[in-house]
Ligand binder design. Structure first.
Ligand SMILES: Nc1nc2c(ncn2[C@@H]2O[C@H](COP(=O)(O)OP(=O)(O)OP(=O)(O)O)[C@@H](O)[C@H]2O)c(=O)[nH]1
Ligand SMILES: [Mg+2]
Ligand SMILES: [Zn+2]
Length: 294
């Protein structure tokens, strides 16, 4: 016996060229989105919970979102895994901090995953996040390290991997769920980065949760990653929180003001220098956002 009520809803696992795959209780359904959604500027995203037409051919409605990201284009995340490799490509802490801040700002749990720990030591990158309160996990496939810690974060959650092309997002997914057989790509020696092996966001049910493999971006894309107004930027750096209200001036931007408790914590080694540097750089970027662009 079919149960129409259950059949009507699901979540988007994949969307390419206007075609969406929606996972319902009755299985996966291929469908299109009603034109009105696009006209309203409501483009469906992977992770969206949706209501389908009775025949299951059309997405009628996108149910309210918990959060949504432009890059990677996903909605309703619980956990964002920011993936960085120790080398090939070399990590940029500014880019990592932008992704981590985007998660914190949207109420999503960020987790840093460091790959290619077999090629170069992960210690320096991990140390940069020691005081950040953000969990950081190094994975080493040969040594069998880190995978259980990643699995534990996936269980019960909707998650996404994000990070530069070639850092090893799809490789990590294959290690977590060997049956998936995700395509992975060699790093281009000339460019020192991946060749965008993964072309579209796709969500898989693994490790007792759901995880989106996403196409990586090149560092050129980084500029438009987050739009956090400068006055709210401090809230995207969780390690600053204990010092709020302790600066001499209200509205302290924690840059050059006298009696700044955040800078005192930096000097005392309670806040990491590279994290603070990212805050300054992002503050400057935020100042350049024009009012009408917001
Ligand atoms: N030595 C080593 N190589 C790795 C590791 N992780 C990934 N690689 C290699 O790095 C290359 C890129 O890996 P992918 O998994 O395709 O990278 P990706 O992040 O999915 O890249 P895009 O899909 O382009 O965003 C492949 O040749 C992998 O075999 C690792 O931990 N150690
Ligand atoms: Mg990939
Ligand atoms: Zn301050």
């Amino acid at each position: 016996m079919r149960c129409p009520g259950k059949y009507m809803e699901g979540y988007i696992t994949k969307g390419i060229g206007g075609f969406y795959t929606v996972k319902t209780d009755a299985g996966a359904v291929e469908c299109r989105a009603r034109g009105i959604l696009r006209q309203r500027g409501q483009a469906p995203l992977a992770g969206d919970r949706v209501r389908l037409s009775a025949d299951g051919a059309v997405i009628e409605e996108i149910l309210p979102r918990k959060n949504s990201f432009v890059r990677p284009p996903v909605a309703n995340l619980d956990v964002l895994f920011v993936v960085a490799s120790t080398t090939s490509p070399a990590p940029s802490t500014l880019l990592l901090d932008e992704m981590l801040a985007a998660a914190v700002y949207q109420g999503v749990q960020p987790v840093l995953v460091v790959t290619k720990a077999d090629l170069a030591a992960a210690g320096r990158l991990l140390a940069a996040y020691e005081k950040s309160t953000i969990p950081a996990i190094a994975v080493d496939y040969a040594a069998g390290e880190g995978l259980d810690a990643v699995r534990a974060r996936i269980a019960g959650n909707l998650c996404a991997f994000c990070g530069n092309s070639g850092v090893g997002k799809s490789t990590l997914l294959n290690a977590l769920a060997p049956g998936l057989g995700r395509q992975t790509g060699e790093i281009s020696q000339k460019l020192g980065r991946g060749r965008h092996t993964t072309r579209a966001v796709e969500i898989f049910e693994v490790c007792g949760g759901r995880i989106a493999d996403t196409p990586g971006f090149s560092s050129l894309d980084a500029q438009r990653l987050v739009r956090i107004p400068k006055a709210e930027l401090e809230h995207a750096f969780p390690e600053f929180a204990p010092y709020f209200g302790q600066c001499r001036f209200t509205g302290c931007s924690h840059r050059s003001e006298k009696g700044c408790a955040v800078r005192a914590a930096l000097a005392a080694g309670e806040i990491g220098q590279s994290r603070y540097n990212s805050y300054l750089a992002m503050y400057e970027q935020a100042e350049q956002i024009k009012e009408w662009e917001r």
